[in-house]
Design a protein around this ligand. Structure first.
Ligand code: FMN
Length: 396
């Protein structure tokens, strides 16, 4: 104890005196001993503080893992289970700005965000400045933590309206749409986009600089062009180039094809991004976030979730789905998730058939209990994901 205190005394202007995060760490120690030890270690430089990623006023500690916005997937019930399993920042599905200002029910419902989800971003898309400005105001009234603009959707009916990835062909319009949103909200505005329109027009560097100048607070980049849709491999080298551009001060999040803890670590180290956004790998497998965090911290894999843990998550997802959507739509919408949650179980087909035909939560819960009994002790293999099979069903 004396040694520790002496060490601190000899370093009166240690970083813990000035660094607010260090002070917090010191204050968070449970006892005097622990606090002294942490303070001394900080002074001696033996422990380093986790970095903090700032998105305007939002502070994300360490290396954040983001749940990607996914149409028809990342609704509140799905987000609830991802939050439980380590997602640090989440987004809604994309919302049409035209739909929002027309008061379309589907668009309005996507605005539902809950306190336990924080920090949460609402994502909008559109190609008209006025509609985007009005939508930004509507989103502002809901008070999520941030407003995200989608400049990456490759779907034909979106692109043809000059929205989503279509805007990548007109960077001036992109600037105007973004500026309209920045002007119309007090929330931090962020953007999610792709490398460019096609192989001959990978303009992400220019896009990043211009959008930063317009006032966005973070940029998430999916390492594909619009022309690639979801084919081929995501190329993160240009994402790294944007991150390494000395002009770029905002956080850069990398996105595309992260499907395992090893890949997350490899890409984190190789491309130096500020955080990773995960989409398809979380579908039916929200455990991916904590598995990656555990691997970062220890170099070891967490054991795959057992059948009890999987069924507990299915029940929670179903419960949230019914609470949010109502009984019938809640049960119907949950049906597309069972296959992914129960992948790898031999002979699961008959049970799955029952799950998708029952119409009450109790009956479904009974089938789930049967599944737990039948597969008690089943050893799941580490997850292999067929990312192509989960790709956006788009008409492009
Ligand atoms: C089913 C599905 C729906 C998607 N919907 C959206 C969306 O609403 N907004 C958006 O910006 N990207 C959307 N995306 C793209 C993802 O956010 C992400 O960029 C893409 O899946 C690549 O990441 P991944 O390889 O981790 O899946 C969607 C992707 C999928 C598979």
């Amino acid at each position: 104890m004396i040694l520790v205190l002496r060490t601190i005394a000899r370093n009166p202007v240690g970083p813990f005196k000035t660094h607010p995060l260090a002070l917090r760490y010191v204050h968070n120690g449970s006892g005097l001993w622990q606090r002294c030890a942490i303070a001394a270690q900080l002074v001696l430089g033996r422990v380093s503080l986790p970095p903090v990623i700032n998105i305007g006023p939002i502070k994300l500690e360490g290396f954040p893992l983001l749940l990607a916005p996914m149409e028809d997937v990342s609704d509140p019930p799905f987000r609830a289970v991802c939050k439980d399993h380590g997602a640090d920042l989440m987004y809604t599905e994309f919302i049409s700005s035209e739909g929002l200002i027309r008061d379309a029910i589907k668009s309005r419902q996507k605005l539902d965000v809950f306190d336990y989800e924080k920090p949460i971003g609402i994502q909008i898309f559109g190609g008209d400045e006025d509609a985007m400005a009005m939508s930004a105001k509507i989103v502002d009234a809901v008070q999520p933590d941030l407003l995200d603009i989608n400049f990456g959707c490759p779907v034909k009916k979106v692109v043809n309206k000059g929205a989503g990835a279509g805007v990548l062909k007109d960077v001036k319009l992109m600037e105007r749409l973004t500026a309209a949103c920045v002007r119309s909200t007090t929330l931090p505005v962020t953007v999610k986009t792709r490398l460019g329109w096609d192989d001959n027009s990978k303009n992400i560097m220019d896009v990043a600089e211009r959008l930063q100048d317009v006032g966005i607070k973070a940029l998430a980049i999916h390492g594909r062009t619009r022309a690639q849709l979801y084919k081929g491999q995501a190329d993160w080298s240009l994402i790294a180039a944007v991150k390494n551009n000395p002009r770029i001060q905002i956080p850069i999040f990398g996105n595309g094809d992260i499907d395992s803890p090893e890949k997350a670590l490899e890409y984190k180290n190789r491309y130096g991004v500020d955080g990773i956004m995960i989409g398809r790998a979380a579908i039916g497998y929200p455990w991916i976030f904590n598995e990656i965090k555990h691997f970062f911290a220890t170099g070891q894999h967490l054991p795959p979730p057992n059948i009890d843990q999987r069924v507990a998550v299915i029940k929670k997802h179903l419960h949230h789905s019914i609470a949010w959507k109502g009984l019938v739509p809640g049960i119907n919408e949950m049906r597309r998730h069972y296959t992914n949650y129960l992948k790898g179980l031999p002979g699961i087909r008959d049970y799955r058939l029952k799950l998708v035909t029952h119409t009450s939560e109790e009956a479904i819960a009974e089938v789930l209990e049967e599944i737990v009994e039948t597969y008690a002790g089943f050893e799941f293999e580490r997850r292999q994901i067929n990312m192509d099979a989960m790709a956006y069903s788009c008409d492009a």
